[in-house]
Design a binder for this molecule. Structure first.
Ligand code: PHB
Length: 396
């Protein structure tokens, strides 16, 4: 393979550490060339469910809408960054830009990985579709970033209001110790204490190899009305198991948070112990709409045994943004023109109505309050209230 690389490009590849290398190559788009989308996801490791869900949703989008847009064939190039190595994500992004000449970068399962790739998008002037990572500041890291997923302040603020209105006064807070966890912690604590609530204790669990048992024992001993929890998707099952085994529910402690902890990908494995958990979030596989019914049916048919989760819609809607911006600009547009075309776009997603805020390039969407309920023997996040047009900073 290496022998096919042009000598100039090989030099650039060898000198990738010097970021200026990325602009040294002319970027010609020919109508006959395919539009390549470089999808970088954790396909292995502790966050592999994020990669599996997003890759499946991107493929499902292409299966539904076809693989040609504005006269050009769309080609998805999927690479595994293993989830925990920002340097790997950055290197893959550089290779995709220089070797594969991708039209857009996409994916980004966790915040540190999105942070690592942002300078590559800026240097190469390539749109970077953040489909999963949820820390609010991410789009500020590059003018080429557009987010199709969610932000933590957006998904967390409604549960803070709900908790106080529903007589929860004393909360034990537990979040994963990295950027989105700190966003969730700050958003919840600010709103809940402003309303008159008390945080009895606030703990942060490690991102790598976490053991939730000692933290949940402390939570039980503190006798709060509720445990507020944020863990990245993939971790909810371990938290639920310990919550159940240590008897927090029997002690009268409720579990609340943004919906990552009751992620649809794992919810069936959690089973009955998840019932009663109340969260605020932008997507539930149980969302009642014709668009979502078609989405869940189609995804489950294409991927037997997989219930689509919130990350999957981030992937699906990210593909929508790429397709629609290509349609709008005619198929040979620059990265700047594509990003410009995405700003202000509005559409109906399986999750509900959504748009891209032109000022921040971030998602504006409906956030729902949901309770886990058993339906025909299986747990689902059943929506019972909603807040429309919530921006990236959360409820005002
Ligand atoms: C993130 O890294 O931003 C992230 C990952 C998984 C989540 C939420 C946020 O469930």
């Amino acid at each position: 393979m290496k022998d096919r690389i042009h000598p100039t490009r090989r030099r650039v590849l060898q000198g990738l550490a010097g970021a200026t290398a990325l602009t040294a190559l002319p970027r010609f788009a020919y109508a006959a060339d395919p539009v390549k989308i470089g999808l970088i996801l954790p396909m292995t490791g502790p966050f592999a469910s994020t990669g599996r869900q997003i890759a499946a949703a991107c493929r499902f989008y292409m299966q539904q809408k076809g693989d040609t847009v504005a006269g050009r064939k769309i080609e998805l190039i999927l690479k595994d960054d293993t989830g925990l190595a920002p340097e790997t994500t950055k290197r893959i992004a550089q290779e995709m830009v220089v070797q594969d000449k991708v039209t857009a970068l996409a994916g980004f399962g966790l915040t540190p990985l999105a942070f690592a790739a942002a300078p590559v998008a800026t240097e190469a002037k390539v749109p970077m579709m953040v489909m999963a990572a949820g820390t609010q500041v991410i789009p500020q890291r590059s003018p080429f970033i557009v987010r199709s997923g969610f932000t933590l302040p957006q998904t967390t603020s409604p549960i803070a209001d709900w908790a106080f209105k529903n007589n929860i006064r004393r909360v034990f807070s537990m979040v994963t110790d990295f950027a989105p966890g700190l966003d969730a912690e700050r958003t919840f604590q600010t709103r809940f204490t402003a309303a008159g609530g008390t945080i009895v204790e606030s703990v942060r669990t490690p991102l790598r190899n976490p053991d939730y048992a000692p933290f949940l024992q402390r939570a039980k001993d503190a006798k709060p009305d509720a445990l507020f929890v944020f863990v990245p998707s993939g971790e909810g099952l371990a938290v639920m198991k310990q919550f159940d085994e240590r008897g927090l529910r029997q002690a009268g402690i409720r579990m609340i948070g943004p919906g990552d902890v009751v992620d649809d990908d794992l919810l069936e494995s959690m089973g009955a112990p998840a019932a009663g958990v109340i969260t605020s979030f932008h997507y539930s596989a149980a969302h009642e709409s014709p668009e979502n019914r078609a989405y869940v049916d189609g995804m489950m048919k294409a991927n037997p045994g997989m219930r689509p989760n919130f990350h999957s819609v981030g992937g699906y809607d990210g593909m929508h943004l790429i397709y629609e911006s290509l349609k709008k600009t005619g198929g040979t547009a620059t990265g700047e023109q594509l990003v410009e075309a995405m700003k202000g776009m509005k559409w109906m997603s399986p999750r509900g109505p959504m748009s891209i805020d032109p000022a921040t390039r971030d998602v504006v969407q409906t956030i729902y309050l949901r309770e886990v309920k058993m339906v025909n023997g299986k747990p689902w996040n059943i929506e019972f209230d909603k807040f429309e047009n919530v921006g990236p900073a959360g409820l005002g």
